[in-house]
Design a protein. Structure first.
Length: 252
């Protein structure tokens, strides 16, 4: 069983330093964010129940290495980061194809991620990745349990908890209702240095995806001036004007 904790959920290349700051959920470079740490903790708990190993996966730059080391110190078995300059200018769908190619190569059975609520791109990114992998995506899991050949999640809906199950392989979106991550000990941090750590580029993928640059189809034009409002004080004249307004638009 290959369980993946998918971290650095703010996807897409940032436009500037401020955008990168916001996309990281106000977490600085090299620091494992609390939401990503929950994904690692959930992966470790799942490993304890069903066995296997936990792989920490990130598609990001070198500034994520500290976060990966911290995830290894929490108890993950190995880390894989895909870092390629070509991805900085790639659009979201290109990155989803890249993630799908990476997951197929790593033979991931279940991927766990905990997105930042303000990152809309991140939510679309994992949905697009699951679609390209032909995997079910279990969203908004507040509890996670292993079943025969798959997983079952508990999702909160109005007035009840909805239970949804899927067979492996699958992707699971976690919520912050799950327990926070434990704190890594000094001994665990030292042991993390000896754990396997792979730095990959697009050329290392068995099926390199096609990349398309980010683009903007927005254009600017002058807004059409609106006519000034007509104020009618007389009640009868107002009714007549209203009837005329409706008749001119074929609404009578």
């Amino acid at each position: 069983m290959n369980i993946a904790a998918l971290i650095k959920t703010a996807t897409g290349g940032a436009f500037d330093a401020q955008d990168a700051f916001n996309r990281s959920g106000r977490i600085g470079p090299g620091v494992l964010g609390p939401l990503d740490a929950r994904a690692v903790e959930a992966a470790l708990a799942l490993r304890q129940r069903v066995g296997g190993e936990v792989t920490v996966v990130a598609i990001a730059g070198a500034d994520t290495l500290g976060a990966l080391r911290e995830a290894l110190a929490l108890g993950a078995d190995r880390a894989v980061v895909l870092n390629d300059p070509q991805l900085e200018a790639a659009d979201l769908m290109s990155r989803a194809r890249t993630a799908a190619a990476l997951f197929r190569q790593l033979k991931i059975d279940v991927g766990l991620y905990c997105p930042w609520s303000g990152d809309v791109d991140g939510t679309v990114f994992w949905s697009a990745t699951a679609h390209r992998l032909h995997m079910p995506l279990l969203a908004q899991a507040r509890a996670l349990a292993g079943i025969e050949g798959g997983l079952e999640i508990s999702r909160q809906v109005e007035g009840a908890d909805l239970r949804i199950a899927a067979r492996f392989p699958c992707l699971v979106e976690l919520t912050d209702a799950l327990p926070p991550a434990r704190r890594a000990s000094i001994k665990a941090r030292q042991a993390a240095r000896a754990k396997p750590f792979a730095m990959l580029a697009l050329g290392d993928l068995a099926e390199p995806p096609s990349l398309h640059p980010k683009r903007s189809d927005c254009s600017q034009r002058t807004a059409r001036a609106r006519p000034p409002p007509v104020i009618i004080d007389d009640a009868e004249a107002a009714v007549a004007a209203f009837v005329t307004f409706l008749s001119q638009r074929g609404m009578t």
